[in-house]
Design a binder for this molecule. Structure first.
Ligand code: B3K
Ligand code: ZN
Length: 886
């Protein structure tokens, strides 16, 4: 490459970035658009006195063109008045069969399929592969052998098709909407499908078709119904109607993530598409509905309005997760969904936010964008959107969405953070990255400038509450303080704008004496005065952060009596559950601190709360009881316990508390278990209430199996053999993996696999249950399973089901370092095949290292040092962050 008159590479990168069209002045058209961009750059460079520019792909990732035709283009660009414009023709040769990274175009079993987000398109052909370069992909012509690839799909409408010589055929697809290359997709293969339709609110019929390998065809109907429900919901809740006549989904078995929202041609991991009662659990059914919704909702939040650049990823992901959460809440139980989402946030995002990998929802830099599809960008991003809704109310939020999507952004098709914020804000004029005033409308007239800190600052804030009560005046005083912790590269942070939803309960009767009230904390410390409807003698019991109104760690000195009052009487279902979790956390942490664990017994209040939950016959949604009976997850407790933490000890402490519950409440647990056990002739139905009943029953089975004795194994064996669907079967199987030498377990291991009849999703469950078995010799068992003919390193689902699952167990942290050695062995092997998957594995395994005890920290550092010698890219990311934490 000739860099011309001494101008350096950085200059070019910067200049290229600056000069490429940002937004709606992109010249629509594929090759023509590309050439036009080149022409504009050349003209601009001429101003600097540069005569010849050859763009090299290795030098300029933003401009992935490397072709002889470039020179010709440049020549033509110099010819004034060339009315024909410029055409760039690129011919590439690729080998999808050898693409083990599963990014770009690759081959998976019975089909060729593509994954372009984030930067896969450049692995497919040369292109301006950036989200702000939007083009109409017209005349996408696919040709293939008709026998092996009878189905040929791409985005938009099929405009032509026909037979060719030599047993080949073709199809031509045209998408009328301009889109960035990451939303382009092609699929070709021998697939079966099911079809149905959806009539939109304006009366248009949309053809719906879901494709899969032939043997999976009968497992597609749940996905179809979920799609129809999603389409209806987006019309009802957000007024958003589908904008094409076709919506296709393809299920593929080799896929790096869950699913992909390509315009009108979604590609889904089979694990999030296929469902039959004997192959999928209730959780799977719910997840599938949620993800089908998620990808469908992207059609507006992501596709029609997309991100200006990848730093803005949360604009489409956080918002779309929020939308899918709301969809699931409306389809099932709102309280249950909220609990599930917060459980995920605490188990996956809070650990990330306190780790060397902590980053704001809008990161400022990245090494590989594919590693930034994180719980922070997605789940914390959704919480940030949810806070907007809390601050503005549902109507205000909808007003903002309408203004944003219908009036301001849709005509441009692109969004940057500041533009989305104009939804809600009054004073957005001073934003440096806003380009013009025209879009500077606002829907709510609220001053939410400070709220922007949620986009800029990483780390989970701590919210401390202190209160007092003046019985005479009937005034309750609440002082809230916030602290945003230091994270890599960020210190001395500014206060956040935190909506804190509260209520008050009478300490005597448990009656609510102050309903939902949103307090807005904007300073480091603020005091609020509240007037409840009654003035009890003693201080009212506060129900703080109702519905988890902000992603923070709340510290308030609750005593056990207040917690059990909240657990029993709070009108906020989330906080009823939260109170049980606080009691559970205290029980486990007390056990962890106990000198003699064997004789440790949790406080009576905790045991009473568990007893009350078991006896609760008033709560209709049995899932709420089930979740109240589950102790906080170890990954959540790892964030609450004070470092240095010995994960083996923490695991034993949690298990001990479980054992005490199981022993002391045995009679109550058995009674309730019998009550929710289906009658012999009861059909297995997949719906909300039945799923909740099973959820409770399976949590109870977990307690009944803790002893691990012959009677427990027998009970689990019976639960297993009488199971009519996958939910019950898998629950029993998981319990049995904890007593692997029992005859029931041995029989179940064989039966489960035989029953699978080769169904990959079921076999994944078979591996995963065994990979998280609560047994001391877990690692040798995992190694043995890796020798099983069904195991493969190449299929991400299978790899995750065994190797990644093991990395999340307490046994991974075995004191002898054997788990860490295993990671050291596996990560480079996987990295050679698929770096997206290996990077995730490394992150998942090691991100909590700073919370561990010194010995384990040393062991991990040593392994990371070795890893660095073999897989630099993965480890560099981790070490890059290690450095900044002192
Ligand atoms: N947008 C995709 C994720 C793409 C991940 C690329 N490594 C799925 C989703 O969030 O809907
Ligand atoms: Zn998404």
């Amino acid at each position: 490459p000739a860099w011309g008159k001494g101008l350096g590479k950085d200059f070019f990168s910067w200049h290229l970035w600056r000069h490429l069209p940002q937004g709606n002045d992109v010249l629509w058209g594929d090759a023509a658009g590309t050439a036009a961009c080149m022409q504009r750059m050349i003209q601009d460079w001429k101003w600097y006195g540069v005569d010849i520019v050859i763009i090299d792909v290795a030098m300029l990732p933003y401009f992935t063109a490397r072709c002889d035709a470039a020179a010709e283009c440049l020549e033509r660009a110099k010819t004034p008045g060339d009315s024909k414009g410029l055409w760039l023709e690129i011919e590439v040769e690729i080998e999808p069969e050898k693409n083990t990274q599963l990014s770009g175009l690759y081959y998976s079993g019975s089909m060729y399929c593509s994954q372009m987000e984030a930067e896969g398109f450049r692995r497919f052909t040369y292109f301006l592969d950036r989200p702000d370069v939007m083009a109409k992909f017209t005349s996408v012509r696919l040709e293939a052998d008709e026998k092996t690839c009878p189905i040929l799909l791409s985005n938009g409408n099929r405009t032509d098709a026909g037979k060719l010589e030599g047993g080949r055929h073709f199809a031509v697809w045209s998408d009328p909407f301009a889109k960035p290359s990451y939303l382009f997709a092609v699929v070709a293969g021998d697939l079966a499908s099911i079809t149905d339709k959806f009539t939109t609110k304006s009366g248009r019929d949309v053809h719906l078709e879901i494709f899969a390998a032939k043997e999976d065809k009968d497992q597609l109907w749940h996905a179809m119904r979920s799609l129809q429900r999603s389409m209806k919901w987006d019309e009802d809740r957000f007024g958003l109607e589908y904008d094409l006549d076709i919506y296709n989904i393809v299920a593929v078995k080799d896929f790096n993530m869950g699913a992909m929202e390509n315009k009108s041609l979604n590609v889904f991991n089979t694990s999030l598409t296929l469902a039959r009662e004997d192959t999928a659990t209730d959780d799977d059914y719910e997840r599938i509905e949620g993800v089908i919704g998620h990808e469908y909702f992207h059609n507006w939040t992501g596709n029609r309005v997309t991100c200006r650049d990848w730093f803005q990823l949360t604009l489409k992901e956080g918002l779309t997760v929020y939308r899918d959460q709301e969809f699931s809440a409306d389809m099932g139980s709102r309280a249950r969904k909220r609990i599930e989402d917060v459980r995920i946030l605490r188990a996956a995002q809070f650990p990330e936010d306190s780790s060397p990998m902590a980053h704001p929802i809008r990161p400022e830099k990245y090494a590989a964008i594919d590693n930034f599809y994180t719980a922070t960008v997605y789940n914390k991003g959704a919480e940030v959107i949810r806070m907007y809704e809390t601050l503005l109310g549902r109507d205000g939020f909808r007003k903002g969405m309408d203004l944003c999507f219908m009036e301001v952004l849709r005509p441009r098709g692109l969004a940057a953070r500041s533009e989305l914020e104009a939804l809600w804000r009054k004073d957005s004029k001073d934003k440096k990255d806003r380009e013009d005033d025209e879009h500077d409308k606002d829907a709510n007239g609220r001053d939410l400038k400070q709220f922007e800190n949620w986009y800029l600052q990483a780390g989970t804030p701590t919210l401390t509450a202190k209160d007092s009560w003046d019985a005479e005046k009937g005034t309750y005083t609440l002082t809230l303080k916030q602290k945003v912790p230091d994270t890599p590269g960020q210190t001395d942070k500014k206060p956040m704008h935190i909506p804190v939803k509260v209520g008050l309960l009478s300490p005597e009767s448990g009656k609510e004496i102050l309903g939902d009230t949103v307090l807005e904390l904007t300073e480091e410390s603020q005091t609020f005065e509240l007037k409840p409807s009654e003035a009890p003698k003693e201080k009212p019991v506060p129900s703080l952060l109702r519905g988890f109104s902000a992603p923070v760690n709340l510290e308030y000195d609750y005593n056990d009596t207040s917690l059990s009052l909240l657990a029993g009487f709070d009108t906020d279902a989330f906080n009823r559950w939260e109170a049980t979790q606080r009691l559970g956390t205290k029980a486990v942490l007390d056990a962890l601190a106990a000198e003699d664990l064997e004789s440790f017994r949790p406080d009576a209040t905790f045991m009473d709360a568990m007893r009350n939950t078991l006896a609760d016959r008033a709560t209709e949604d049995l899932s709420l009881l089930a979740y109240s009976l589950i102790l906080p997850a170890e990954s959540t407790l790892m964030q609450i316990a004070t470092p240095p933490i010995d994960p083996t000890k923490l695991h034993n402490a949690r298990n001990h508390v479980r054992n005490v519950i199981a022993k002391e409440l045995d009679a109550e647990i058995r009674e309730r278990y019998a009550e929710v056990t289906p009658k012999d002739d009861e059909p297995y139905v997949v719906d909300g209430p039945s799923a909740s009943k099973r959820r409770l029953r399976n949590v109870l089975l977990g307690y009944l199996s803790t002893s691990g004795d012959a009677a427990a194994a027998e009970l689990c064996g019976k639960h297993f053999t009488t199971a009519k669907g996958m939910t019950d079967k898998l629950a029993a199987f998981s319990c049995l993996t904890g007593v692997p030498d029992s005859p029931e377990a041995k029989a179940a291991v064989e039966k489960f696999l035989a029953d699978a009849k080769g169904d990959a999703n079921v076999i994944d469950k078979w591996f995963a249950s065994q990979a998280r078995a609560d047994v001391d010799d877990l690692l040798p068992r995992v190694r043995k399973l890796m020798e099983h003919p069904e195991f493969s390193l190449k299929n991400p689902n299978r790899l995750r089901s065994l190797v990644s699952v093991f990395l999340t167990t307490p046994q991974f942290h075995a004191p002898d370092g054997s788990g860490y050695d295993f990671a050291l062995e596996m990560i480079p092997k996987v990295d050679a095949l698929n770096p997206q998957v290996s990077a995730r594995m490394a992150n998942m395994a090691f991100r909590i290292w700073r919370r561990l005890d010194e010995k384990r920290q040393e062991m991990i550092l040593e392994r990371l040092g070795k890893l660095m010698e073999v897989v630099r890219p993965v480890v560099l990311v981790i070490f890059g962050c290690f450095r900044v934490i002192p």
